[in-house]
Design a binder for this molecule. Structure first.
Ligand SMILES: Nc1ncnc2c1ncn2[C@@H]1O[C@H](COP(=O)(O)OP(=O)(O)O)[C@@H](O)[C@H]1O
Ligand SMILES: [Mg+2]
Length: 328
């Protein structure tokens, strides 16, 4: 067996149009833990903001918000502007509940009384889905004030569970405020410019989970759609077929010292390229979706620089001409 698989052909999915992302109105970003969800969400936000779109990047009730490390500002419940046209926030559920009740009864004094009532908060904390519903209500409310809201969702299964609260609540409630909120959510999912995007990595386990999640979204969250998948940390092919064959031959023969180290590095690079090609092939075969390919960046880059480089990569993959400013 050759040490290096046949030269990977980077297929057309690499050309997926990033405009599909930043031209949305509500974008739920999910994927397996550690795939780069937060970085990708922040990069989409930056790209949209440079296009003059008033953009909000949201975390949902996160005790230790990751956006802090990217923008140097801890996101709070009320949106904070971090750049021109770009704001960030963290939707803490207790605050969202207060706002929701206030929108319902329109009497702040009564809401404060309700919120202070221990029984009510215990009930709400114990009711499955209640937190998720009020958090998503807040996302909808914020979406009315921005051109684009990018939501940094929990990891795959948890994101699907959270979003499916709309469908569950519709089964449980025939009328009333919870039912209306659930109806509004399903209407939101049905909009063509509401999308869910999944972030994957060129690793078999991650590809498996991505395929499974996309199928669960289709089965459990319809009419919400996943129109694009992001393959992050990809290694595009650099070796020609002739170079691969040469490397194979040299690796099979005797070598030592520095020469051996260089050859091993070449083998490692070739493996990463093969893994990327395999992930692309499987994702496009199983999901038949366009794939946006984002490169793996050097180790030790700060979170902000990673986001900046991902933003540039997305700008290059856009059918709409994008001019980046402000060091993006
Ligand atoms: N393409 C990439 N190349 C190199 N490092 C990356 C890339 N994308 C993300 N990272 C880094 O990987 C880590 C995890 O990314 P993060 O966006 O926090 O993932 P998640 O939100 O899915 O847990 C962060 O340190 C981030 O800077
Ligand atoms: Mg994250």
């Amino acid at each position: 067996m050759p040490l290096i698989a046949a030269k990977p052909a980077l297929a057309t999915p690499a050309l997926a149009d990033s405009a599909l992302l930043f031209r949305s109105r509500v974008l739920f970003v999910s994927g397996k833990g550690g795939t780069g969800k937060t970085s990708v969400a922040a990069a989409i936000g930056r790209l949209a903001a440079t296009q003059g779109r008033r953009t909000l990047v949201l975390e949902l009730d996160n005790q230790r918000p990751s956006l802090t490390g990217i923008f140097g500002v801890r996101p709070k419940y009320a949106p904070t502007e971090v750049a021109k046209h770009l704001s960030i926030a963290n939707v803490e559920w207790v605050d969202a509940l207060g706002d929701w009740l206030e929108a319902l009864v329109n009497l702040p004094r009564v809401v404060r009384l309700i919120m202070r009532n221990h029984i009510v908060s215990v009930f709400l904390e114990a009711t499955p889905g209640a937190r998720d519903l009020v958090v998503l209500w807040r996302v909808m409310a914020l979406a009315r004030s921005y051109d684009l809201v990018v939501v940094d969702m929990p990891a795959s299964g948890n994101a699907v569970a959270m979003l499916s609260v709309a469908h569950t609540a519709r089964r449980l409630f025939e009328q009333g405020p919870i039912r209306r909120c659930a109806d509004d959510l399903v209407n939101l999912y049905a909009q063509a410019d509401t999308k869910m995007v999944l972030v994957a990595l060129p690793e078999e386990m991650v590809v498996n989970e991505t395929v499974e999640t996309a199928r669960r979204v289709a089965a459990d969250l319809a009419p919400l759609r996943v129109p694009i998948v992001v393959l992050n940390r990809a290694t595009p092919p650099s070796l020609s077929a002739a170079e691969s064959t040469l490397l194979d031959g040299l690796l099979a023969g005797p070598s030592e010292g520095l020469a051996r180290e260089v050859l091993e590095a070449g083998r490692w690079e070739a493996r990463l390229e093969t893994a990327t090609a395999e992930a692309l092939e499987r994702l496009s075969a199983e999901l038949a979706l366009p794939i946006l390919v984002l490169p793996v960046l050097a180790r030790g880059e700060g979170a902000l620089r990673v986001v900046g480089q991902l933003t540039s990569a997305m700008a290059r993959a856009s059918s709409v001409p994008v001019e980046l400013r402000g060091g993006a």
